[in-house]
Design a protein around this ligand. Structure first.
Ligand SMILES: [Zn+2]
Length: 404
């Protein structure tokens, strides 16, 4: 009788298995294991003030195995103050007279009362750090992105389920990077979704300007997340190729398959749909060219919204990827494996990615990736070699945008 283990196809790791979303900088002691990992590349996410420089540091020391990703997670969005409309009139004399301590106190009370819901009392607020201006945060993100030309922006997004930990509890699990949330007592205070959205859209716009892919977290807010993207995409939808035009690009290859010649951008076929197209090309776009919805667990209906064209003749202008992990998406005890299986089968083959979402590098991360890979290959009905090659192509398209 064959054991399950003998039925498992071998994984051709040498082809390139890539982790589209992970957090090993949460456990810096495991970083030294990265060179021995079977995974070819790790997209390491930044989430908060404490880990942006760590992500850069790990990317510098492991350039061939790490794609760094910089950004602010919704769980840490309240530490950022939208200062873009503030202080237009400059500081008043009255303000100048206030001493620094008073100024900070006033700032904290005003900011956190506005962005937290329900607003905490003053005792609670004064234990929180002074919020950092969004303009400065974006400037720092920009510096990291300029240093790493293939860096992504992430982890960014929206989360309606998240509650603030108690500010007096400052330590996470032993050996974890400060700011880690696990194991800390949670309060009833949440970050207002309008504030999360402000921070999220500002980072999407930076990604649009620098033409970087983003990795997005969305929990308990699938509708709002989709609407936020649509808001950013509005007016930038691209003409959808008509079936007869696609047919015109089709050529038979020597092997007897079909291939598609590159689309002629701005060809006269699209002329009446493309008004203002040149202007659009010059102005930075407020949305990223490529988006990965990580640990994708939205209902099938949400997936179908993303996949459906906005109108019969247009397409959304960002390329969408959906990433799955074995740890979060498919925990059998959570009972949502069968729903995830439907989702995986519905995502087009060229838009699937895999991830570990783990906080430690090393063998556990390889195992988590292997689990995600086997789940996808099984649900897609792919043979292993084909699956790994497809996912490798998808990864390169997501990160570099040049898989063709
Ligand atoms: Zn994550």
């Amino acid at each position: 009788m064959s054991e399950t283990i003998t039925q498992k196809p071998n994984i051709p790791w040498e082809v390139g298995v890539h982790d589209a979303h992970c957090h090993p900088t949460d456990t810096m002691a495991t970083i030294s294991t990265i060179p021995e990992m079977k995974a070819a590349t790790l997209a390491i996410m930044g989430t908060r003030l404490e880990d942006q420089d760590l992500v850069a540091q790990v990317a510098r020391s492991h350039p061939s195995k790490v794609i760094p990703s910089f950004g602010y997670h919704p769980w840490f969005s309240h530490f950022i103050q939208d200062d873009r409309d503030l202080d237009r009139d400059g500081p008043s004399e009255e303000k100048e007279k206030e001493d620094e301590e008073e100024k900070e106190k006033t700032l904290k009370l005003r900011h956190y009362t506005a962005v937290l819901t329900p607003p905490p009392d003053a005792d609670f607020i004064l234990q929180l750090p002074c919020p950092r201006p969004l303009s400065a945060v974006l400037q720092e993100l920009r510096q990291h992105l300029v240093e790493f030309p293939h860096a992504l922006i992430g982890e960014i997004g929206l989360d309606r389920g998240f509650r603030l930990p108690h500010p007096t509890v400052t330590e996470g699990p032993a050996g974890s990077t400060p700011g880690h949330r696990d194991g800390r007592g949670l309060t009833q205070h949440r970050v207002a979704i309008s504030h999360q959205k402000t921070i999220f859209l500002a980072q999407l716009a930076l990604a649009g300007e620098l033409k970087r892919a983003v990795s997005v977290h969305g929990v308990q807010c699938h509708g709002i997340l989709f609407d936020s993207f649509r808001e950013a995409w509005a007016g930038h939808e691209i003409p959808r190729e008509r079936p007869k035009d696609r047919k015109r690009r089709r050529r038979k290859t020597a092997a007897g398959d079909h291939e598609y010649l590159p689309d002629l951008a701005g060809s006269d076929v699209e002329s009446d749909e493309d008004e203002g197209g040149e202007e659009r090309d010059e102005k930075p776009k407020p949305f990223p060219p490529r988006i990965c919805l990580h640990s994708f667990s939205a209902p099938l209906e949400t997936l179908k919204q993303y996949l459906a064209p906005p109108t019969p003749t247009k397409l959304y202008p960002s390329q969408l990827f959906f990433s799955f992990s074995s740890t979060i998406n498919a925990r059998p005890e959570k009972g949502h494996l069968s729903k995830i299986e439907d989702t995986i089968r519905t995502v087009p083959d060229e838009n699937v990615l895999i991830e570990s979402d783990l906080h430690t590098a090393g063998g556990d991360m390889d195992d988590a990736l292997e689990g995600a890979l086997r789940l996808i290959v099984q649900q897609k009905g792919w043979d292993m070699e084909h699956g790994v090659r497809q996912l490798d192509r998808n990864w390169r398209q997501f990160v570099y945008g040049d898989a063709e």
